[in-house]
Write a protein that binds this ligand. Structure first.
Ligand SMILES: Cc1ncc(C[n+]2csc(CCOP(=O)(O)OP(=O)(O)O)c2C)c(N)n1
Ligand SMILES: [Mg+2]
Length: 804
């Protein structure tokens, strides 16, 4: 049970926090101003405003970072509050002045908080709105998982906190996460909504807070509404105050924003017009100068430190909480409240008047304590004792030993998906460290992606045990669905976004909790696209996981249409931070999975290896595109050379002879067609080669890197694919084939200038049998032969049938 933070701040502490709040607002505003008006802006492009959006959170973040947060808490900061975040870190001595001066510039502080690109201890990246919010929810589940398994108990439980824009809540993935959080018994999660009632373009709808309140409560969250600051609360207690409160409560968002922008005189006119009574209310208004009236009317709780500190400090439980904090976008700045302020930048003249108001002398804009009325030494002492900054926040975890060989009994005919199930089943049987650290998860496709046998052995995870009633009732079932705190499979609802964000959370456990997990997520390959932005997000954060996508392609024949993935191999190539593989045989898969266990744990800062020109030392996540198609397996010894080639991305299954006219290069489940085509051509084309491509992604990356190295003078740089194709005669044609977009392998011809005919799938699939569809899309043996015949001169190929 979480304990309430200690007592109220003393008057002195509050005075210091108020000074810091001013300073944070100044530094953030100046950072953006400097990037636009002071730093030499070579291309004349404005580097982004967001002064208004930042100012909205200045008070809340001051309250959090300088008092309410503890070192074990983790925060996702709304993207446009990045300057506020960096300013706070600067004051805490964790961000350099140079980085602030270079904000949004080359290698400067990032526009949006970035775990991987910023040096000042960003917990979770944000930028694509909605994702960072959900990340905190899943990070909290991850923390529960780690602790329930008896790991990391020396560390106190942290709160996972998101600072959320009100318009950010339009993102559907947030609601998917809330639902999942409810199912999983979410704890220790705070979402603090910056309810400034403005989005990027406009002012938001009336009464949204009521919808949020009902919604969060429906899913078991506490809701705390922070609306009025201390000044307003005091005014409400005066005579006529109740009338003022009613007026504010009924005031439309648009009008409130407009009046905030217009200032004291406008407030006065409007209030007197609408509720002036020549009595109490009029007196309440007239007792204040324009300036005081403006300060009163903008004294919303989200800009009132005592209200915020009290609300955060008095939490004494671990239930999830949604704080709805009323704020003003651009608070304290000249465009406060204006609906066009999102990208608004202060003019140099406005910046000068802010400088004057803040007592900042020219040339001292970056001085930490410039213009403050409390002595620097006292402020320094305070900052040195800030609980958030005490101790280590980013952890490391030792490497988990990975066996060189993963054992699996390979059936004569077997699909890669079945192979995956068998490999995990074998792992589940043993008592190895790697098996203990594996955590699997799947969005309602656990059984259909072949995780069933693993789950039978290792059980499902839940903080509280829940027996499988079918089992206790002795009803025969293939699957044991018992939940316990020791279970190793996290069963998710169908939402793929949640899968990727959970993988993102599990895949950061080593850094967040100092405990390494080996996360494996499974889903149907086409639905990668449903969660693609979240996958991209997970990779950007450098989370480490293995993604197993199966089934894939039109090989999923009878399912038809948009169930059949086409573009995913290209995603595998293009997605940074993700090494994509598509093995054809189960022995290849075993090699790749063992590699993946190791690869996701690597984090060295090494240059690309001269062997294959891949940045293998830095590691990354892994994507395996698998298939349900049963394939006749090859009986062969796994030599070290073959193992290496499979990991590097390709090997000759049949090396081309010296007079080779055609090479067939295949990936994945179409291997029987490729082999058959080579056989059909053998009599009429000489020395046909058969190239097995296990990773178009890694081949392509190595090739690109080797070219770049040569262009920089490393003339001997050679990538794996360049070496493989080096002896293929230049007149030889390459027919490539994949159950996916043909561009995946189409680039092979550019390596040494061979002509290529790239076969694959470009259009939405049909239902049908595998042979029907392979014929229809032209990736069957006959189509491969026809492509070879068209590409390479020579006598007609006897076994070629007319194409349909
Ligand atoms: C997925 C995604 N879509 C669009 C954007 C562009 N965008 C950035 S902030 C924003 C809206 C900001 O509104 P709100 O969340 O209320 O924050 P505020 O600006 O009020 O602080 C939009 C549409 C984005 N960053 N991510
Ligand atoms: Mg907003």
């Amino acid at each position: 049970m979480a304990k309430a933070a200690e007592t109220h701040p003393s008057a002195r502490e509050l005075a210091i926090l108020r000074e810091l709040e001013r300073k944070v607002l100044w530094l953030a505003t100046w950072t953006i101003h400097h990037a636009n008006h002071v730093r030499e802006n070579v291309d004349g492009v404005k580097v982004g405003g967001h002064q208004a959006s930042s100012a909205s959170l200045a008070t809340i973040m001051t309250a959090l970072y300088f008092r309410a947060l503890r070192a074990q808490d983790r925060v996702a900061v709304k993207p446009h509050a990045s300057p506020i975040y960096h300013a706070i870190q600067y004051l805490l001595g964790r961000q350099s002045r140079q980085k602030l001066e270079d904000f949004r510039g080359y290698k400067g502080a990032q526009s949006y908080p970035s775990r991987s690109k910023d040096g000042d201890d960003v917990d979770f990246s944000t930028g694509s709105v909605g994702l960072g919010v959900a990340q905190t929810l899943f990070a909290s589940l991850m923390q529960d998982y780690v602790h329930a398994h008896g790991w990391g108990l020396q560390q106190p439980e942290g709160r996972m906190i998101a600072l959320v824009g009100d318009a950010e809540l339009d993102e559907g993935n947030i609601f998917e996460a809330i639902l999942e959080g409810w199912k999983q018994g979410l704890r220790n999660c705070w979402w603090i909504i910056d309810y400034n009632r403005q989005s990027l373009d406009a002012v938001i709808r009336e009464g949204l807070w009521e919808r949020y309140e009902a919604l969060f409560k429906a899913f078991g969250w506490d809701v705390v509404i922070l609306k009025y600051g201390a000044l307003l609360q005091q005014a409400f207690r005066e005579k006529g105050g109740e009338r003022l409160r009613q007026w504010i409560d009924n005031c439309p968002n648009q009008l409130y924003s407009a009046l905030v922008f217009q200032g004291g005189a406008a407030w006065r006119r409007r209030l007197l017009d609408e509720i002036g009574d020549q009595g109490d209310v009029t007196r309440l208004i007239e007792a204040r100068s324009d300036e005081e009236l403006a300060r009163l009317m903008t004294n919303l709780a989200g800009h009132d430190l005592p209200s915020l500190l009290e609300a955060f400090g008095k939490v004494d439980h671990d239930r999830p909480i949604c704080f709805i904090c009323y704020t003003i976008k651009g608070f304290g700045l000249p465009f406060a409240g204006h609906k066009d302020n999102h990208a608004g930048l202060m003019t140099p003249a406005q910046a000068e008047s802010l400088r004057a108001a803040m007592n900042i002398r020219p040339g001292h804009e970056w001085d930490k304590f410039e213009g403050l009325s409390i002595a620097s030494a006292e402020l320094e002492r305070f900052l040195d004792r800030v609980p958030f900054a005490a101790g280590r926040r980013r952890h490391q975890a030792p490497r988990i030993e990975v066996p060189a060989d993963l054992s699996v009994s390979i059936q004569p005919v077997m699909s890669t998906q079945a192979g995956f199930g068998a490999l995990l089943n074998e792992l589940g049987r043993g008592k190895t460290e790697i098996a203990a650290r594996i955590v699997t998860t799947s969005p309602d496709v656990t059984v259909s992606t072949n995780l069933g046998p693993w789950v039978n052995r290792r059980g499902l995870f839940a903080r509280e045990a829940l027996a499988d009633t079918f089992r206790s009732e002795r009803i025969p079932s293939t699957f044991n669905w018992d939940f316990s705190p020791k279970g190793q499979h996290i069963e998710l609802g169908i939402a793929e976004m949640n899968l990727f964000i959970l993988l993102s959370a599990l895949g950061l456990s080593h850094a967040i909790n100092g405990e390494r997990l080996i996360p494996i997520g499974t889903l149907y390959d086409p639905f990668i696209q449903r969660g693609l932005d979240a996958l991209n997000y997970a990779c950007y954060q450098d989370a480490r996981f293995i993604l197993v996508a199966t089934p894939s392609g039109i090989t999923l024949a009878p399912e038809g249409g948009a169930h059949q993935s086409i573009a995913t191999p290209l995603i595998g190539i293009a997605q940074d931070g993700l090494a994509a593989f598509e093995p054809a045989f189960v022995d290849e898969l075993a090699v790749i999975l063992a590699f993946a266990f190791d690869y996701i744990q690597r984090d060295a800062e090494a240059e690309a290896s001269e062997r294959n020109w891949l940045r293998d030392e830095t590691g990354g996540s892994v994507y395996l595109r698998l298939s349900t198609r049963p394939i006749e397996q090859i009986k062969r010894a796994m030599t070290p050379e073959l193992r290496q080639a499979i990991v590097d991305g390709a090997y000759w299954q049949r090396a081309p002879g010296p007079n080779c006219q055609v090479v067939v290069a295949y990936t994945g489940a179409v291997v029987p067609e490729a082999i058959q085509a080579v056989g059909l051509m053998a009599e009429d084309r000489r020395d046909v080669g058969l190239l097995a491509v296990t990773s178009a992604d890694r081949l392509n990356a190595g090739w690109t890197a080797a070219q770049r190295a040569r262009e920089r003078g490393l003339v001997h740089a050679r990538s794996h694919i360049e070496k493989l194709l080096a002896d293929v005669p230049s007149h030889c044609g390459i027919v490539s084939v994949i159950d996916g977009h043909p561009a995946t392998l189409g680039w092979l011809g550019s390596v040494h200038g061979h002509r290529v005919r790239a076969l694959g799938v470009e259009h939405f699939g049909q239902t049908g049998s595998v042979p029907d569809l392979y014929r229809h899309y032209g990736i069957d043996a006959n189509a491969i032969v026809a492509a070879a015949a068209a590409l390479t001169p020579g006598r007609p190929i006897r076994h070629l049938k007319a194409l349909p």
